[in-house]
Design a protein around this ligand. Structure first.
Ligand code: ADP
Ligand code: MG
Length: 735
């Protein structure tokens, strides 16, 4: 029988095995199964004879079950299984398993298995307590390594191993998609060999080489997908908007009340050059909180307006969109009041277009966008999704890029005959490998310095669990800030006020506000103890108002408020009519109230590192120094406390981004690349494979340049599909 990677496992394996793989492990084709790699290998050499075990060591051993007995536990509910095992050298050892229901049918006399765990002593005898247990096939004994697979209950590693070997025996080596010159240059084994060796290695060098090769496939697949995207986005030209002498931008620059930082000038020049070309700009500007990205974006928009076209600015939330519209109008002054009394000669108009406008206002805004009366339209991403009509959209600015995925960028590029130029801005610094993958379709520039006169923010961890008195000092500090004429934020992970008390994740229902790139927010507690639900705005605010913050003017802001109310609260905080804002992460991005100097983050350990960094960037935006207090119940010495110490210890967003990446499940970062399909990314790591990713990027760019659409490389096209998901086929076929 001849099979290939697309062959259904039902045609190759027995019914029960195929059903098990499909139902328990979601593996359906031969390709799925051969890409289901072992999670580790156990070398025969590393096995310890029972006779040589010592207390406290972590041992891995192969032995046969001699006897297994189950009895109820003495002092508590549940059952205990005692198993006596014996190895090939005649050594005997007892193992205990708690509540062995799921294992009992596997641990039967005569069964050979791998046992791994820490050796302890119980009544003068050595034993293993609840060890890892992987049943073995008799046949596996002759192999130098035992491959241990991700498996499922009642469908163990050894069953998977047997299925894999069966399939590999029938499978001819698949066509190798990697061009031979790359294989040679990078010293990579052929695909067929790599697939066999990753499952059945003879030596350690074997599986290392096999892994290296398969990692390469993943890196190249990702980079090819991105190269194809870049290529495709260049195909529909944009309209060139060269700077216009004595235009609106020049007038604005001349009236600017501050001098641009060097970074703002440099990035501004890059953007100006991009906009002057017919090639669509695809640029990401990253700059720490407060670096002054808005004015950079505004100058780009003015160049486009000078070119007779419109610009749209998208924010992640309505609150932010409204605020952007306000601050753009303020920055523009008379240049933003076209058609009004006292406007400048070459003025334009800023129009806010959000779902919460009244019907009449919305109709007018739509009209302004459509007629071209609005040079600048500010809204949320709905602006693009709802297909608002523009007279002549020349530039789209997306603020806070990390909430804006690859697909949305494509929707933007996919409108109209001409592609609008695209400028995205983020305050979350992006490590190099992330820039080369998740944002790999963009050119990246950085604003590294902050405008002069920016005040420092001091960050302190407040261990409320150990030092309750410190919490009193926190509230006193807030009073002091207010007495000095300043304002403060109190941030909680949850909104609250309903019955849904979920485990750990901040459940800001305003879904677009949840930072998908921060999955560690919802991670289990380090110490494994059941945790109380995170503090909620609606529970905390009344307590503060009557207790420690009595006498101050408190406002409440969260995503569940109706949009008008959100806007009203924000406005009165901005106007200084409120002293303290108790809020969720709604305020995380972009909120700019220079008079706010204090921030207290409650349950700070429930937030991601980059998120904390973003949050504290909300204070110290004026001339007075900011203070950020990270309140936590996490005990000293836990990982949670280390993370908070890291945030307190550095104001370098780039360093925190790197740390965040280390703590994060990387799959979630790369997952952003996918259009909802199961990923072919299994081995690639953004932390460990920077070199490979960067080299693969070079090859991918050359390959796509030499063979647009990869028409001459069908195997590489398949690789892209397999690695990045089938949605990608669309990009290939469009070329
Ligand atoms: P972010 O990069 O976080 O979006 P903003 O664009 O909101 O930062 O800028 C923060 C504040 O700094 C704003 O009040 C803005 O007007 C001000 N600002 C921007 N550039 C400069 C500059 N070159 N000199 C002084 N202040 C500036
Ligand atoms: Mg901003």
């Amino acid at each position: 029988m001849s099979i290939d990677l697309d062959t259904s496992l039902r045609d190759v394996l027995g019914k029960a095995s195929a059903a098990g793989l499909a139902n328990k492990l979601d593996l359906h084709t031969v390709g799925d199964l051969v890409r289901h790699y072992p999670r580790r290998y156990v070398s025969r050499d590393a096995l310890t004879p029972i006779a040589e075990l010592t207390v406290g060591e972590h041992a891995t051993l192969v032995a046969r079950v001699e006897k297994a007995t189950v009895r109820p536990m003495r002092n508590r509910p549940g059952k205990l299984m005692t198993v006596v095992i014996r190895d090939d050298h005649g050594g005997r050892l007892s193992c205990t398993f708690f509540n062995p229901q799921k294992l009992a049918h596997l641990i039967t006399p005569g069964r050979r298995a791998l046992f791994a765990g820490k050796v302890s002593r119980f009544r003068e005898e050595l034993q293993l307590t609840h060890p890892e247990f992987d049943p073995l096939d008799e046949g596996e004994d002759v192999r130098p390594f035992v491959s241990v697979y991700p498996a499922a209950v009642k469908f163990g590693s050894e069953v998977v191993a047997r299925c894999v070997r069966h399939v590999l025996d029938l499978l001819d080596d698949p066509t190798d998609p990697l061009p031979a010159y790359i294989r040679r240059a990078e010293r990579l084994p052929e695909l067929g060999r790599a697939l066999r060796r990753i499952h059945v290695p003879e030596t350690e060098a074997d599986y290392r080489a096999a892994r290296a090769r398969l990692i390469w496939d993943e890196a190249l697949g990702v980079q090819l997908a991105l190269a194809l995207r870049r290529q495709q986005s260049l195909e529909r030209p944009a309209v060139a908007c060269p700077p216009k002498p004595a235009g609106l931008l020049d007038g604005f620059d001349a009236a600017l009340p501050f001098t641009l930082t060097e970074g703002q000038r440099e990035v501004g020049a890059e953007i100006a050059a991009d906009l002057a070309r017919e090639l669509p700009m695809n640029r990401l500007v990253q700059g720490d909180v407060g670096a002054g990205k808005t004015v950079v974006a505004l100058r780009a928009m003015l160049q486009v307006v000078d070119g007779g076209r419109q610009a749209a600015m998208l924010a992640p939330t309505e609150v932010l969109a409204a605020q952007h519209a306000r601050s753009l109008r303020t920055l523009l002054g008379p240049f933003g009041r076209a058609g009004e009394l006292g406007s400048a000669e070459r003025a334009t108009r800023v129009t806010l277009l959000t779902g919460s406008l009244s019907t009449a206002a919305r109709r007018q805004a739509l009209l302004d966008a459509q007629s071209g009366a609005a040079g600048i339209v500010v809204g949320t991403h709905a602006l693009i999704q709802d297909r608002v009509e523009f007279a002549d959209l020349g530039l789209v600015v997306v603020d806070e890029q990390h909430r804006f995925g690859v697909e949305q960028r494509d929707v933007l590029r996919g409108r109209g005959e001409r592609t609008p130029h695209l400028l995205v801005m983020t305050a979350t610094p992006i490590p190099r490998t992330v820039a080369m993958t998740v944002y790999g379709d963009l050119e990246v520039s950085a604003l590294r310095e902050l405008p002069r006169g920016r005040s420092p923010i001091s960050t302190t961890v407040v261990p409320a669990g150990e030092k309750p008195a410190w919490l009193q000092r926190v509230w006193r500090r807030i009073h002091e800030e207010v007495e000095a004429g300043h304002q403060a934020y109190i941030v909680c992970p949850r909104v609250g006020g309903d019955a849904t008390k979920r485990g750990g994740a901040p459940e800001d229902e305003d879904a677009e506000l949840i930072d998908l790139a921060d999955p560690d927010i919802g991670a289990e507690a380090d110490d494994g103890a059941a945790r109380r639900p995170p503090l909620a705005v609606l529970d905390v605010a009344p307590g503060l108002a009557e207790g420690p913050l009595a006498g101050l003017r408190l406002g409440v802001l969260h995503g569940k408020l109706p949009p008008e109310e959100k806007d009203a609260v924000m406005r009165s905080f901005d106007a200084g009519e409120l002293d303290v804002l108790v809020a969720t992460t709604v305020i995380e991005v972009g909120v700019d109230v220079p008079n706010a100097t204090g921030m207290v983050i409650l349950d700070a350990d429930r937030f991601g590192l980059s998120q904390l960094h973003q949050l504290r960037g909300r204070v110290g935006r004026g001339s007075a120094p900011g203070v950020c207090l990270l309140v936590t119940d996490a005990p000293a010495g836990t990982r949670a406390r280390e993370r908070l110490a890291a945030v307190a210890g550095t104001s370098d967003g780039f360093e925190l981004a790197r740390l965040d990446l280390e703590l994060r499940r990387e799959g979630d970062v790369l997952g952003a690349m996918q259009a909802g399909r199961r990923s072919g990314l299994r081995l690639l790591s953004l932390l460990r494979h920077e070199e490979i990713i960067s080299t693969a990027r070079g090859y991918a760019t050359d390959l796509v340049a030499g063979d647009p659409g990869l028409a001459g490389h069908p195997a590489l096209r398949e690789l892209v599909d397999e690695i990045v998901g089938e949605g990608q086929a669309e990009y290939l076929s469009k070329v």
